[in-house]
Design a protein around this ligand. Sequence first.
Ligand SMILES: [Zn+2]
Ligand SMILES: [Zn+2]
Length: 190
Amino acid sequence: MHYLCRVDFDAYAKMAVDLVNAPLSELASLREILPEPDWMCDDATERDLQVFRKAQKRLRDVFEHGSAGREREAVNELNSLLESHPVHPRISGHQSGNWHIHVTSRGSMVSAEYLAGAVWGLSVWLCNYGSARFGVCADDRCGNVYLDTSSNNCRRFCSERCATRSHVAAHRARKKAAIEDTATNLTPVG
Ligand SMILES: [Zn+2]
Ligand SMILES: [Zn+2]
């Protein structure tokens, strides 16, 4: 992978997050997670899209297990994903001799390369920080996943945007309840 010259496990784990949060309605939507056009030797195909969709569901399960305190289930699912998407490190320079590590064998599908890295990164992440730091956004309308890197493991939202939106909604609800309360109190009884 060109943009991961040194083995950066956090960056690999982030690829798992990006995949779970990506809309995978069509092939073009893969562009959001495959950042550089020349990142892979080959273009992604419809078959890659199928593989990505299946893995997306399984990776989401890992985040849901982790955030709900089901560590054993998160570990089991990751072990099963590691079997499905094995890492085969290989030094590649393509034509330019600009050496970097690929994580799958020559001629592998785009999805195989992406998923081997993502699953590996997420597994290392679990070993380093624990599955309790896998999060699912507390905003029901969002559902994005994230890796909680806060100092006291207290993050609840995938982004500032969701946190703000949710706080504004909660504030409005409190205000509305207070007004209704006042209105009720003003209504003469009987
Ligand atoms: Zn390469
Ligand atoms: Zn969110």
